[in-house]
Design a protein around this ligand. Structure first.
Ligand SMILES: C[S@@+](CC[C@H](N)C(=O)[O-])C[C@H]1O[C@@H](n2cnc3c(N)ncnc32)[C@H](O)[C@@H]1O
Length: 238
């Protein structure tokens, strides 16, 4: 009997073409595209569950994913109008990582890769937000988050996006979020497997500590890109 897959596998030209194309794509592009899909899925999933609350992004950089979240919510408002009441909060030093501890040092997480201008980002977001409520909070998290979420009138989080790469920044961000967490809050963790997969470092460590000290139960929803993971809070025990 002829094997139709055997026939396809002999089409070396087609396989080489696909391989050359995929090998040539910049990994950052693959990661960002999957990140955009992840954000879209999460906004959709929380909208159809009727979850109220704000969008909190830690690590905004030039504002690409922040603007994308706003765009997703605008589109989703057509099927889930309540989503328009989301306020978008973005936190970033806009100056990179600052002084990193020995355990947070990483070959790719350096200020040269991640410095930007907060006024340019503000301008970019304002153009996209038109009509939706947003606030960018500049500063290193150790300073900008120290007065707590209530200080910024954030009471409930709908989507939390941790994209600041290091343990200490993710720890500060997740600790800040604890009083805002509700059943159904989605937590997106970029770079979950960084630091050679060590659970004792990076975002994975911060998240494990957050789960044990906050009294929340979480379930993994899906993974995306180059090591991103999405969780949903399934229960809050206070
Ligand atoms: C990977 S970039 C964020 C990318 C952005 N979410 C996107 O997809 O368009 C990481 C950002 O985290 C910020 N960051 C890292 N550590 C920080 C800290 N301790 N305090 C404030 N911002 C920090 C950096 O300035 C950088 O802009």
């Amino acid at each position: 009997m002829t094997n139709k897959f055997g026939f396809l596998s002999k089409l070396d030209f087609m396989q080489d073409l696909a391989s050359v194309f995929i090998a040539g794509i910049n990994p950052a592009i693959i990661h960002n595209l999957e990140k955009y899909y992840a954000l879209k899925k999460v906004h959709y999933l929380s909208a159809i569950e009727d979850i109220e609350g704000d969008y909190l992004e830690f690590g905004v950089f030039t504002g690409s994913s922040f603007c994308h979240s706003i765009r997703c919510c605008k589109k989703l408002a057509k099927i889930a109008p309540k989503i328009s009441s989301t306020k978008f909060y973005g936190f970033d030093s806009f100056a990179g990582f600052g002084d990193l501890t020995e355990e947070d040092k990483h070959p790719f997480y350096t200020d040269e890769n991640f410095s930007t201008s907060s006024s340019n980002v503000n301008r970019r977001v304002r153009r996209v937000a038109a009509g939706l409520d947003f606030k960018l909070i500049p500063g290193f998290f150790s300073e900008s988050l120290k007065n707590g979420a209530s200080h910024l009138d954030i009471t409930k989080s709908r989507v939390i996006f941790i994209d600041s790469d290091t343990y200490s920044s993710a720890y500060d961000a997740l600790t800040f979020c604890i009083p805002t967490i509700q059943a159904g809050t989605f937590i997106i963790l970029d770079d979950y497997y960084s630091y050679r997969g060590a659970e004792s470092r990076g975002v994975a460590r911060a998240f494990n500590e957050f789960v044990s000290k906050s009294g929340v139960k979480v379930r993994q929803v899906f993974t995306y890109g180059m090591g991103g993971v999405v969780f949903v809070v399934s229960e809050v025990i206070r």
